[in-house]
Ligand binder design. Structure first.
Ligand code: SF4
Length: 714
């Protein structure tokens, strides 16, 4: 009922982890005017082209509006059923599988597109009631290396800095981040700060010369996969010239000597490091000298660091370089992972990854498990980590996991070795998908489709890259019979006979989450920086009116913390940070005779994920209308393909077809393909089919940035 909707609604953008505030105002023609929210601290009224086009993406065309079942596997036919029927069928089959094969035979695969409330309920169900940690998220593909790096270094998954620090820094180093395209408003903030203070130095470390490099004072086009050499070299250099903070190292850290010895062993010589990283000695020296000379340095890193078989070590190699000089927790300095999805961070808070527990507690820690079990009054608590994304879909193909429920994501397009995902789903006994779109590459395998509320229809919270929690608010009526994800899972849990899911609103869920974050948080065995005590028990009205706020927010506080670790107290039991020795290693699969080129994947400026939303906007399609293979003109000559013509790209895992183009700033020996296009947009367009399924041994994040391929005329 739109008459009950206020004139203008403040919400947040559906896309990237910058988390911009959006104002939606109804127009006379029934549409909505979308504008940046001037009151939101992340964007102060600005929106990038994707955010500005949100209004083009809210039509009901192609929407999944009713629960559907597929009477026959492999058929296109879907039959509408009632919610009762759909949830009943899923609950019966799910329970039968658990009874026969145990709780690890079922799984949820969820998404950074979910709201924190959705994520919380899904995790509570699996880890505290079903008794399995087989719930993983597509954030595994995006941020899990950054999470693992923080946890190893700080004892907790904590981003120490705020966006404001990027403006206050004297030097910003962006590693593996094309922020100009992937985090545009954050990049605009950096550009503005640099305009005001031209002395502010921007260094971009990226194998590609991306749009971000246009603003850079220095671009280091490193050889793909050599980041650990580069940052170990920096650690060694900083020590050699005495750019260290011995008091900070002694009082607040452990492990310095071992990390330094590791760095010195292979990376103590700049000329050798430059050769390994394939950059000039002069450029590398300029970077090292500038890092040493500027106290206020922010190192921002994103998918180029995380999506690697050495992603966690890369993150720790960066953090080591901040710890050596005590450059953390203070104005304008710190290691800063930039989140990909709108709520990857909120998912982390509620334990959205298979190896985590709610409220930044650890599944593998008995004290933490006990605390959560008591709080939830849970009947069956998972006591070990669950299957991470790539392993989960392998286990499905092997028949070990027999039922999977996919929520708000499209793994047949987005996971590596995506044809394996197709095989896995085809074999799985029960595939359920909660989605807003009816026809996707993944939904083609679903036995049961459940209509979820989408952006503009759902209510809850998201957390952006600077730990700022913002409300997403509904300004559209629920279409058809679509329901909120937290409600779908709660009703499903009740059908399984569980108590503890009697939530009647998103506020109820958020309140429980906030109370859990404060639960025993000041005790010696559970010290966590993550704390929402100041938001617990606030009441529905305050929740509805909640302004964007950063965590931690302690009881009685109105403003959260801009910076964390200023007190020098970390979350390891001894309250000290850890230097982590990082032994450099090359990507797992290197180019060879049959596959001589290296495939790198990533986003384009105006599309998002698998295009189920952005693909509806003609304005967004104008930027880049179809998929492409970007490569160096000399490589095109050598391999006999021509710009503007179709070519086939093949790896050991799969193949795809797209048009060749030049001009994307790519070095010889590499090709770049965007991640967005899929088989709903054109056939053989999924780059995920080619990507090697090798993962980082600590984080489980796949190596999306480095797969050997060959190219041929199509
Ligand atoms: Fe949305 Fe990100 Fe653009 Fe902001 S920068 S408007 S959050 S896509």
């Amino acid at each position: 009922n739109l008459s009950s909707v206020p004139l203008s609604v403040q919400t947040t953008c559906a896309y990237c982890g910058v988390g911009c505030g959006v104002k939606a105002t109804p127009k006379a023609d029934g549409g909505f005017e979308i504008a940046g929210d001037t009151a939101h601290p992340a964007n102060a009224g600005r929106l990038c082209v994707k955010g500005s086009a949100l209004g083009d993406t809210i039509s009901l065309e192609g929407r999944l509006l009713y629960p559907m079942v597929r009477p026959q596997r492999g058929s296109d036919e879907l039959r509408r059923v009632s919610w009762d029927d759909a949830l009943g069928q899923v609950a019966d089959k799910w329970q039968a599988i658990i009874d026969e094969h145990g709780p690890d035979a079922v799984a949820l695969y969820v998404s950074g597109q979910l709201l924190t409330e959705d994520y919380y309920v899904a995790n509570k169900l699996m880890k505290g009631y079903v008794g399995s940690a087989n719930i993983d998220t597509n954030s595994r593909l995006c941020m899990s290396s950054a999470v693992a790096g923080y946890k190893r270094a700080f004892g907790e998954d904590v981003v120490p800095s705020s966006y404001e620090d990027l403006e206050l820094a004297d030097m910003i180093v962006l590693v593996g981040s094309n922020a100009a395209w992937c985090h545009p408003i954050l990049f605009q903030r950096i550009a503005k700060a640099k305009e005001k203070r031209p002395d502010m130095k921007l260094v971009v470390i990226d194998p590609r010369r991306t749009a971000t490099c246009e603003l850079a004072d220095l671009h280091l086009p490193v050889k793909p996969g050599t980041d650990v050499w580069l940052f170990n070299g920096l650690l060694s250099y900083l020590n050699q010239i005495g750019a260290v903070d011995p008091a900070f190292i002694a009082e607040h850290t452990n492990g310095f000597d071992a990390a330094l010895a590791q760095a010195d062993a292979e990376c103590g010589d700049i000329a050798k490091v430059a050769k390994t990283c394939r950059v000039s000695v002069e450029a590398l020296t300029e970077f090292y000298e500038a890092f040493a000379a500027n106290a206020k340095v922010i190192t921002g890193y994103s998918m180029g660091v995380n999506q690697s078989s050495a992603g966690t070590d890369k993150a720790n190699a960066i953090i080591n370089c901040h710890l050596i000089g005590g450059r953390i927790g203070k104005e304008g300095m710190g290691p800063f992972s930039i989140t990909g999805q709108p709520n990857a961070m909120g998912g982390r808070e509620v334990g959205g990854l298979a190896n985590m527990l709610a409220a930044h507690m650890d599944l593998e820690n008995a004290e933490h498990r006990n605390a959560v079990r008591t709080f939830w009054d849970s009947p069956r608590m998972a006591d070990k980590g669950g299957l991470k994304a790539v392993d989960l879909f392998r286990a499905i193909e092997e028949g070990k996991v027999k039922a999977v429920w996919v929520m708000a994501t499209n793994p047949v397009v987005s996971l590596p070795d995506a044809d394996q995902v197709r095989r896995a789903l085809a074999k799985c006994e029960l595939v359920v998908s909660s989605d807003i779109i009816e026809r996707t590459d993944t939904n083609a395998f679903a036995d049961v489709l459940l209509p979820a509320l989408g952006w503009g229809e759902k209510d809850g919270t998201v957390t952006n890259s600077e730990r700022r929690i913002s409300r997403q608010r509904a300004f559209l009526p629920a279409p058809g019979e679509a329901r909120a994800d937290w409600l779908i899972i709660s009703q499903f849990a009740q059908r399984l006979g569980y108590t503890g899911f009697e939530f009647s609103s998103a506020y109820d869920v958020f309140d429980e989450h906030a109370r859990l974050s404060a639960w025993r948080n000041d005790e010696a065995d559970l010290p966590r920086k993550f704390n929402l005590a100041g938001l617990a028990g606030q009441g529905t009205q305050a929740y509805d009116a909640m302004a964007p706020v950063q965590w931690p927010l302690l009881a009685g506080e109105r403003e959260g913390a801009k910076r964390i670790f200023a007190d020098g107290l970390f979350s390891h039991p001894d309250r000290k940070a850890r230097f982590i020795p990082t032994a450099p290693r090359l990507p797992a699969n290197l180019p060879e005779e049959d596959f001589p080129l290296t495939l790198n994947t990533g986003r384009v400026r105006d599309q998002w994920h698998t295009m189920t939303r952005t693909g509806r906007s003609a304005k967004l399609a104008d930027h880049i209308p179809e998929s492409f293979i970007d490569m160096h003109p000399q490589d095109a000559l050598i391999y006999g393909v021509r710009e503007g013509e179709l070519a086939r790209l093949t790896s050991k895992w799969g193949a795809m077809v797209a048009r060749v183009q030049h001009g994307g700033g790519i070095a010889r020996g590499s090709v770049f393909v965007p991640i967005h296009w899929n088989n709903q947009t054109s056939s053989d367009a999924r780059v995920g089919a080619l990507v090697n399924p090798v993962v980082d041994p600590v984080s489980g994040e796949p190596e999306f940035k480095h797969t050997p391929v060959r190219i041929e005329q199509f």
